[in-house]
Design a protein around this ligand. Structure first.
Ligand SMILES: C[S@@+](CC[C@H](N)C(=O)[O-])C[C@H]1O[C@@H](n2cnc3c(N)ncnc32)[C@H](O)[C@@H]1O
Ligand code: SF4
Length: 345
């Protein structure tokens, strides 16, 4: 495995609470106003120090709604002190003047969820969610904090892609990330049937390429779908190569994203990753100890799982090129795939 690419860019994704001002129909973390759980800031501060020592250079906050997490500033200060890049994903509504000011100098990018035209966005997020987000944008622009949008692509919102790109550019966004809906959490019930299938995913892939040609110089674009040929040529990207891993590499060279879920469970790559491959729970042991044990007892199984999914995913010669690798890894859907670039979620 080519280790160095991963060492400096490893990401720790924190989901400190499921408390949220919204209760979106598609929410994978089942968050909402009634959820009150929150991880102690101290636990996350210590975990970041351990992660930094293992080569993780970025932290991204998600949730729940990270802007409503009381320990946010404290944990962000730790990220700064450790020299980590910090981003957060928000529904945008809680970005009051006071809260935006509290983030100045502490975050490198704010990613705002935007799920399509106003009516599409509100259909997933509830009445007035679009207006409530849009009204915050002038303030955010004035703050000088770079911001982007994250578009959760569904079957119904496929046609909104070009509209979303125009909206993002006109709003002054630096980034547009497109991530396919995954039918997990509340989405498994409330938006069942909306996950892009193979045809929709591939149509999105082509539409995205056209968008790249048209506006790629005005905004950074990221699509969380992978191309089979690329994965076939570079299996190390999805942890599916057969190379032995040298024992002295930092953990970030072994797995580039660690996710701390709302109950402190640490999993590789993505929220909800199969529990058999979890590192363990913060609070039971420090991240350094969880990582050391996983390296010896869990990493081999994780790599074998990735290799198995890789082989199964590339088996079908008729399959269309774009697919969602994370989805395949999750064990929820066979032959479908999501990307390795979900840094801001
Ligand atoms: C769980 S939310 C937490 C952050 C914040 N509350 C927000 O909505 O932006 C993080 C991102 O995941 C996306 N998301 C939620 N459920 C999803 C699902 N089932 N599949 C794919 N993305 C999803 C949201 O749209 C959002 O962009
Ligand atoms: S997607 Fe974000 S805003 Fe919507 S309920 Fe989940 S955590 Fe809250």
């Amino acid at each position: 495995m080519g280790g160095c690419e991963r060492v400096c860019t490893g990401t720790v994704q924190l989901h400190p609470t499921r408390h949220c001002n919204l209760r979106c129909r598609h929410c994978y973390s089942l968050s909402g106003p009634e959820e009150r759980d929150a991880l102690p800031a101290r636990l996350l501060i210590d975990a970041l120090a351990d992660a930094r020592a293992q080569g993780y250079g970025r932290v991204s906050f998600s949730g729940g709604e990270p802007m409503l997490y009381r320990g946010l500033q404290e944990v962000l200060r730790q990220a700064r002190a450790l020299g980590m890049l910090a981003t957060l994903t928000t529904n945008g509504i809680p970005l009051t003047e006071r809260r935006v000011a509290s983030l100045a100098g502490l975050v490198d990018l704010i990613a705002i969820s935007l799920d399509g035209r106003p009516e599409t966005h509100d259909a997933l997020r509830g009445p007035h969610a679009f207006d409530g987000m849009q009204v915050r944008l002038p303030l955010l622009r004035a703050s000088g904090i770079p911001f982007g949008f994250i578009f959760t692509l569904t079957r119904d919102s496929m046609d909104d892609l070009a509209w979303v790109a125009t909206f993002a550019i006109e709003s002054g966004a630096a980034l547009l990330q497109v991530h396919p809906l995954e039918e997990t959490g509340r989405a498994a019930v409330e938006t069942r049937g909306q996950q892009p299938d193979e045809l929709v995913a591939n149509a999105a892939y082509l539409a995205f390429m056209r968008l790249q040609d048209r506006v790629g110089e005005r905004i950074a674009l990221q699509l969380d779908l992978a191309h089979r040929d690329l994965i076939r040529a570079e299996p190390w990207r999805v942890y599916a190569d057969a190379e032995p891993v040298p024992g002295d590499l930092p953990l970030a060279a072994l797995v580039d994203t660690l996710v701390v879920e709302t109950d402190g469970l640490v999993v590789p790559l993505q929220y909800g990753f199969p529990r058999a491959h979890a590192l363990g729970r913060l609070g039971d042991a420090p991240l350094a100890a969880l990582g050391a044990r996983w390296r010896n007892e869990g990493y081999g199984g994780f790599r074998a799982h990735c290799r198995r999914v890789f082989e199964e995913s590339l088996l079908d010669p008729e399959a269309l090129p774009a697919f969602n690798w994370f989805e395949a890894l999750s064990g929820r859907t066979a032959g479908q795939f999501s990307s390795s670039l979900s840094q801001y979620r």
